[in-house]
Design a protein around this ligand. Structure first.
Ligand SMILES: Cc1cc2nc3c(=O)[nH]c(=O)nc-3n(C[C@H](O)[C@H](O)[C@H](O)COP(=O)(O)OP(=O)(O)OC[C@H]3O[C@@H](n4cnc5c(N)ncnc54)[C@H](O)[C@@H]3O)c2cc1C
Length: 503
C-alpha cells in the first residue's frame, strides 16, 4: 500500500479521543495488531472532555454506594438487578486494566486507580429504613457481601468524621461502607492507552482535527470529511469501520451518518459544577466517597456526593455535582449544539420528552441560578461545619442524555448509555453518559460482539479475549468462586489493598 493510501484508507476510524475510543482502539489493537486505525480528535489532547479527571467524579462505579442503582419497588422490596450488572461490569474493566499493566502497556496502577471506601449515607427515618432494606438485599449477593451497615453514630463518625461533626444528634442516620471502592483517574488512563497506541506503526492520532461529515459510499466504505483546525485544511478519509466515540458530540455525527437506526434520537444536555475544597487541612480529614439520596425532582446522575479524589498525585476533595442546563453538547462546544440537533425525524420525540420533563428542565435551570450561599447550604447537608471560604466553584463535564422515540409516549428521556449501529454494523455510535467510563470495557465488548461477530468467534480472538479478561464469557454474578479469583487477581495487579473494616 502506498503511503498516501495508508493515510487515507484505514480499516477503522475512531472519532474522539476519550475513554471509549481509547478502550475500543486498545482492544482492537491487541486482538488484531495489523488493523490500521486512525483517531480524530477536535481538541489538542486526549481526554480533555468528560474523560478528564476534573470533569467527572472518578468513581469506579461498582454500585456499592450509588442509591439510584437500587430502586425501591412498589411492593417495598429493593431491586438490586441493575447494581449487580454494574458491579460485574466494573470487575470486567479491572481485569482489562490489569492485563494492560501486566503487559507493560500502561503505566503504574497508582497513576490512575486507588482504593477509597465507598459509603452511602442517609438521614431521616424513611431513608434509614430504605438503606437498611437495601443493605439486606445487597449482602445476599456475593458481589456485595463485604458490605458493612451501621446506624451507630460513633461508628459512622469514625468512618466519616466531616459528615458527622456538627450534625443534629436527634436525627436518625445510617451508612453502608464498602472498602473495595475505588477512585479512578479516567483521564490519566485514557492518555496512557493513547500514548501506547501512538507508537504503533498502524495507529495514527490526529489532534485538532474535527470530523465534519460522514457518508457511506457504494463500495461500503465510509467517506469521512475532516478539518484540521490549526491549518484550516480539509480532507477525506475512507474507512471500513467507524466508531463515533465523540461523547456529547456523538449525536450530531450520528445524524450526519444518515443511518436509519439513528433516526428519532435526540439529546438532552445536562451540565455540571463542583465545589472544590482548597483547604488542605480539611481535605486530609476525609477519606471516602460518600453518596446520598438524590433530591426529589432531580435527575438520577445528580446525586450529591462528597468525594476524596486523587488527581495528578494529589489528594483532593470535591462536592457535587450540581446539575444544570446548557444548550452545549460538549464543555468546549457551542450554544447552538442543541438547536442544531433538532431535525424533522426527532422533533416529535424531542418535544414529547421535553413536555414530559418540564419539571426536570425547571429544576436544572434553578440549579444553575443557585447563589454561592445556596450551594454551601447543600454542601452542609453532607459536611455541616463547611465554611464557604474553603471552597471554590469548578465547571464539570457536559452529559447528553438520550431522548428516544417511543411508540406510546412519542419520546422518552433515558439516563443510561446505548450503542446505536447500522449499515451492517460498519458504523456504531455511543450515546448517553451513565454509568459511563467505569463500564467502558463491557460496552466495547458488546460493540465488538455486535460489529465484529465473525472475528469474535474465531479461536484466535477467543483466546486473546480470555487472556485480556479472564472471566470473559462467564457470569461473575452466578459464580462466587470465579468472582473471588478475578477480584484477588485484579486487586493484586492494580495495587488495591483496602484497609478493611471488620463486620
Ligand atoms: C459530571 C460528570 C460526572 C461523571 N462521573 C463519572 C464517574 O464518577 N464514574 C464514571 O464511570 N463515569 C462518570 N461520568 C461519565 C464519564 O465521564 C463518561 O461516560 C466518559 O468520560 C465518556 O467518554 P467518551 O470517550 O464517550 O467521551 P469524552 O471523554 O467526552 O470524549 C469524546 C471526545 O470526542 C471529541 N469530539 C467530539 N466531537 C468531535 C468531532 N466532531 N470530531 C472529533 N472529535 C470530536 C471531544 O473533543 C472529546 O475529546 C461522569 C460524567 C460527568 C459529565
Amino acid at each position: 500500500m502506498n503511503d498516501n493510501k495508508a493515510n487515507n484508507e484505514p480499516d477503522v476510524v475512531l472519532i474522539g479521543a476519550g475513554i471509549m475510543s481509547a478502550t475500543l482502539g486498545m482492544m482492537l489493537n491487541e486482538l488484531q495488531p495489523s488493523l490500521k486505525i486512525q483517531v480524530f480528535e477536535r481538541l489538542d489532547m486526549a481526554a480533555a472532555e468528560s474523560s478528564d479527571a476534573w470533569n467527572n467524579a472518578g468513581t469506579g462505579h461498582s454500585a456499592f454506594c450509588e442509591l439510584n442503582y437500587t430502586p425501591e419497588k412498589p411492593d417495598g422490596t429493593v431491586d438490586i438487578s441493575k447494581a449487580v450488572r454494574i458491579a460485574e461490569s466494573f470487575e470486567i474493566s479491572k481485569q482489562f486494566w490489569s492485563y494492560l499493566i501486566k503487559n507493560n502497556i500502561i503505566e503504574l496502577p497508582t497513576s490512575f486507580i486507588k482504593n477509597i471506601p465507598h459509603l452511602s449515607f442517609v438521614w431521616g427515618k424513611d431513608n434509614v429504613d430504605f438503606l437498611r432494606k437495601r443493605y439486606g438485599a445487597m449482602v445476599e449477593c456475593h458481589l456485595f457481601d463485604d458490605m458493612l451497615y451501621s446506624e451507630n453514630r460513633d461508628e459512622i463518625e469514625r468512618w466519616i468524621p466531616l459528615v458527622m461533626h456538627g450534625r443534629d444528634s436527634g436525627e436518625p442516620v445510617a451508612a453502608t461502607r464498602m472498602d473495595l471502592g475505588t477512585d479512578v483517574n479516567f483521564g490519566a488512563l485514557t492518555r496512557s492507552m493513547f500514548n501506547y497506541m501512538q507508537d504503533k506503526s498502524d495507529v495514527r492520532m490526529h489532534f485538532s482535527h474535527e470530523v465534519r461529515k460522514l457518508r457511506q459510499r457504494e463500495d461500503g466504505r465510509w467517506k469521512i470529511k475532516v478539518k484540521d483546525l490549526q491549518t484550516g485544511e480539509k480532507r477525506n478519509v475512507y474507512a471500513r469501520y467507524v466508531f463515533i466515540g465523540a461523547g456529547g458530540g456523538a449525536l450530531p455525527l450520528l445524524e450526519k451518518s444518515d443511518i436509519p437506526e439513528g433516526k428519532g434520537y435526540g439529546g438532552f444536555p445536562v451540565s455540571g459544577q463542583w465545589l472544590r475544597c482548597t483547604n488542605r487541612e480539611v481535605i486530609e480529614q476525609h477519606r471516602a466517597k460518600v453518596y446520598g439520596k438524590a433530591a426529589v425532582g432531580s435527575p438520577p446522575m445528580s446525586v450529591p456526593h462528597l468525594d476524596t479524589r486523587y488527581i495528578n498525585g494529589k489528594r483532593e476533595l470535591l462536592f457535587g455535582p450540581y446539575a444544570g442546563f446548557s444548550t452545549k453538547f460538549l464543555k468546549k462546544g457551542s450554544f447552538l449544539d442543541l438547536p442544531k440537533s433538532i431535525k424533522a425525524t426527532n422533533l416529535r420525540p424531542m418535544l414529547s420528552a421535553g413536555i414530559k420533563n418540564l419539571a426536570l428542565t425547571k429544576y436544572l435551570i434553578d440549579q444553575v441560578r443557585q447563589s454561592p450561599e445556596e450551594r454551601v447550604e447543600a454542601l452542609k447537608d453532607y459536611f455541616p461545619n463547611a465554611r464557604a471560604e474553603d471552597w471554590e466553584l469548578e465547571v464539570a463535564g457536559q452529559r447528553v442524555q438520550i431522548i428516544k422515540r417511543d411508540p406510546d409516549k412519542g419520546g422518552v428521556l433515558e439516563f443510561g448509555t446505548e450503542v446505536v449501529s447500522g449499515a451492517n454494523c460498519t458504523l456504531a455510535a455511543l450515546l448517553g453518559a451513565s454509568p459511563g467510563a467505569s463500564t467502558a470495557v463491557s460496552i466495547m465488548l458488546g460493540l465488538l460482539e455486535r460489529c465484529f461477530m465473525h472475528r469474535m468467534n474465531t479461536e484466535e480472538w477467543q483466546k486473546k479475549l480470555k487472556e485480556m479478561i479472564p472471566s470473559y464469557g462467564q457470569s461473575l454474578a452466578d459464580d462466587p468462586e470465579l468472582l473471588e479469583r478475578v477480584r484477588s487477581y485484579s486487586s493484586e495487579v492494580l495495587g488495591l489493598v483496602p484497609a478493611v473494616e471488620k463486620k
